[in-house]
Design a protein around this ligand. Structure first.
Ligand code: ADP
Ligand code: ZN
Ligand code: ZN
Length: 752
């Protein structure tokens, strides 16, 4: 790389990440520096020599050239994980458009010097049989928390306390009681925060499963490539329960044999206690986990342990990708189609793409897995860019459920105005009689959706955010409130239309709370649990609800998207999808894909064990291809129709799309900036294949009093879009606009 100046960020373990400082590159080092390289530089008043990382090499001096200090030397001890992080940050910055600082903050954990913490472990004081027997006794006395803990201790004699109070949902009081009864002991030691039990490997509570032929074939193929020094991206398409996780674990184990490390991404919501325990049991303290509930200290400790080579496996959501493994050999992305892999804040990167770059840098393999692969990945597999594997059968028994599609239009015609079709009503009743469980799914939260006047059409909206307010009812105080889901603005519910005075102003569409109430009325004996954004606000409430349901403390679980993710409930034999249409009419190009995924995954919740399952999909559009193919669990045909539509409309992945979002606290200025940027693109890109949409006020025109303008650019070549982004960045720089005022989003997953 050539250039006379280097912008250098000082080693973050000494100084907080702030901004790069510019240094002169001395004659002797000219041409030798590279982005990401560690260098020694004079810093501060005393010109103390400290370590820094080269962020950028440029010919543009930011100050008087003669006043710049010179880079001292290159740090010779090889490529550090940190400089890899720098390179990755640079790549993210180049490809998604953001400031370097924002990109750096994405890839680096904030690192502060932290005191050691005391880690508590719950240790079983009785033998396995006694523990199991006591668990049984507690269960009979309906002391469920005690039963749960003793049962787990019977399998695993030492458990970290946070795991017990968190994922296992056992209170401090219960722990104290069991301690008094001399069944358990709480041990404490000072250590790096390890989020796992340490002595688990010794316990060997894991038995190797003989992989099926098709599982083994996948493992063999990937390892064969790896050992032949071939690096590729692989896609495993397999229904839930087809044994993907077992394949991942075998691959990880073989990677460890090769002396390499692995990162496995799982959407946070699917990162359940059961899943984690499977990994702990097999890999013991070589595994660590990252999640949003860890404290800053816990996070930085996990990174530290990874950097020191104390662990070989990191499991976690998107951010776990930035674990600084020196010997990374494998990245796995489970449920690769999940939206949560795309960052919603700047830089708006997609973990799948960044993982691709990371694997290139580290000479590692990338494995994607899903029951409903993203249209992007499947498209690439069809083109031969990814190697595709398919797992067809469920392994732990259980057949695919029987699916009914119920037409809500004909329900209405025959006089049924209930949220439940007659079939669903009948099947719920049937399950209650048989003592089996039901999951009811709706992709919307709150008491009801938006509130509109049936007389004049007026819709109640948030004065700050320009989105519809949702009606929520406080069941205990029996009052209704209208709430904004963006900024939290809320106001009492209305009984008359504020515009025309009509009293026919009503909540629209059903929400989880409304369904819960209806269930109480229709099936008074049924025990109902509700899981949505409202009931899962507090720490661990998500796990608590799932664990209550898993322990059959309820007959029916009502919830939003969050209940459809990989949980195994043996007693669930009925899944009802109350209104498939809500996601069908989300108004963006991914609506069909998202609906197909949701329906398929929700359907996959039924009949996970030996009991046969049934699924009811209720919809006003039973003929929609996403509904039809989801009902048949037919990915191939869904994909064929979806990709034809994407191609016709020039949507990703066939073409590419970049959203340019302009933010301004002044309405007119925002509109003018968006116009100016769009004009700039028109002037500089005389390309008939470039399509521009807008600029216009964004769908949500204002959030927190910031005005939002949007335009979209489509082109079949991704590189053209990054070139457009570069031009716009230069324009923003030349106009001296605030860099935060314009955001780029490549192949956007969200609406603006
Ligand atoms: P997925 O990740 O595709 O949902 P899992 O790997 O979790 O699938 O497997 C589903 C169930 O089948 C699990 O209970 C797992 O223990 C079991 N299973 C997986 N592979 C095998 C195998 N080769 N032999 C026996 N049981 C298996
Ligand atoms: Zn009105
Ligand atoms: Zn608002």
């Amino acid at each position: 790389m050539t250039g006379r100046f280097a912008n250098i960020i000082v080693d973050i373990s000494h100084e907080k990440v702030d901004r790069p400082f510019q240094y002169r590159i001395p004659e002797a080092l000219m041409g030798q520096l590279e982005v990401g390289m560690a260098v020694m530089i004079p810093f501060g008043l005393g010109n103390k020599r400290i370590k820094g990382y080269v962020m950028e090499i440029t010919d543009r001096a930011e100050y008087d050239e003669h006043k710049l200090k010179a880079v001292d030397s290159i740090v010779k001890d090889g490529v550090s994980a940190q400089s890899d992080s720098m390179k990755l940050a640079w790549w993210i910055r180049e490809n998604y458009g953001s400031t370097m600082i924002a990109a750096l903050k994405t890839v680096l954990p904030v690192k502060k010097k932290l005191k050691q913490v005391v880690r508590k472990t719950i240790v079983c004081k009785v033998d396995t049989e006694t523990a199991a027997a006591r668990a049984e006794e507690f269960a009979q006395k309906h002391q469920n928390a005690k039963a749960r803990l003793m049962q787990e201790l019977a399998r695993q004699p030492a458990l970290p306390q946070p795991l017990v109070t968190g994922k296992l949902n056992v209170t401090g009081q219960t722990i104290q009681a069991l301690e008094k009864a001399e069944l358990i002991e709480v041990q404490a030691e000072g250590t790096y925060r390890n989020v796992l039990p340490e002595n688990i490997a010794v316990l060997n509570s894991w038995q190797k499963k003989q992989l099926s032929e098709s599982q083994q074939a996948i493992v063999d193929s990937i390892l064969h490539d790896f050992r032949a020094d071939v690096r590729r991206t692989y896609l495993i398409h397999g229904v839930t329960g087809s044994g993907k996780t077992e394949v991942y674990m075998e691959l990880i184990e073989q990677m460890m044999v090769e002396g390499r490390q692995a990162i496995m991404l799982i959407p946070e919501i699917a990162l359940t206690y059961q899943t984690l325990m499977r990994f702990y049991r097999r890999f013991g303290d070589r595994v660590s986990v990252m999640n949003s509930r860890l404290s800053a200290g816990e996070r930085s400790d996990q990174y530290e342990r990874a950097a020191r080579g104390d662990i070989d496996i990191m499991i976690g959501p998107r951010s776990a990708l930035f674990t600084p493994f020196e010997r990374l050999g494998l990245v796995i992305i489970d449920e690769e189609h999940e939206n949560s892999y795309k960052s919603e804040s700047m830089p708006k990167y997609h973990a799948r793409e960044v993982a691709g770059e990371l694997c290139r840098m580290k000479n590692a393999s990338l494995v994607l897995g899903s029951a409903t692969p993203s249209v992007e990945s499947y498209y690439r597999a069809k083109k031969g860019e990814l190697k595709l594997f398919t797992l067809k059968e469920r392994l732990a028994g259980g057949q695919l459920p029987r699916v009914y599609v119920e037409d809500l239009r004909s329900e209405l015609k025959s006089g049924n105005r209930s949220i439940f079709s007659r079939r669903l009503y009948g099947l719920i009743n049937d399950r209650l009689k048989r003592g089996e469980q039901t999951i009811l799914f709706i992709n919307r939260r709150g008491y009801a959706g938006f509130v509109s006047c049936r007389a004049c059409g007026h819709v109640m909206k948030c004065p700050h955010c320009d989105v519809s307010l949702s009606e929520h009812t406080d069941r205990y105080r029996n009052e209704s409130r209208l709430v904004c889901h963006y900024c939290g603005y809320n106001t009492p519910g209305v009984t008359n239309c504020p515009v025309c005075g009509s009293k026919y102003i009503l909540g629209f569409r059903a929400g989880t709370q409304q369904i819960e109430e209806l269930l109480h009325r229709e099936f008074p004996a049924a025990r109902v649990l509700r899981m949505d954004a409202d009931t899962t606000k507090s720490k661990d409430s998500y796990e608590q609800i799932l664990s209550q349901f898993a322990h059959e403390e309820a007959d029916i679980l009502v919830g939003t998207q969050m209940i459809v993710k990989g949980h195994d409930f043996a007693k669930v034999t009925l899944v009802g999808i109350l209104a498939a249409d809500m996601s069908l009419h989300a108004g963006d190009y991914r609506a069909g894909e998202r609906t197909f995924q949701l329906l398929t995954q929700a359907a996959g919740r039924a009949g996970r064990s030996t009991l046969p399952g049934e699924v009811v999909i209720q919809t006003y559009q039973p003929e929609h291809y996403a509904v039809v193919h989801a009902a048949n669990q037919d990915y191939e045909h869904f994909f064929a129709e979806e990709i034809a539509y994407r191609d016709l409309m020039m949507y990703p992945p066939v073409a590419h799309m970049m959203a340019v979002l302009v933010l301004a606290d002044n309405e007119k200025a925002g509109a003018m900036q968006a116009q100016a940027l769009a004009e700039q693109v028109r002037r500089q890109f005389d390309d008939k294949r470039l399509v521009m949409i807008g600029p216009t006020e964004a769908c949500i025109g204002k959030i927190n009093d910031i005005y939002r303008y949007i335009f979209y650019i489509k082109h079949r070549e991704y590189q053209v879009l990054t070139a457009v982004k570069d031009v716009l960045e230069q324009t923003i720089h030349a106009m001296q606009w605030n860099t935060d005022s314009v955001q780029f989003d490549f192949d956007p997953m969200n609406q603006y």
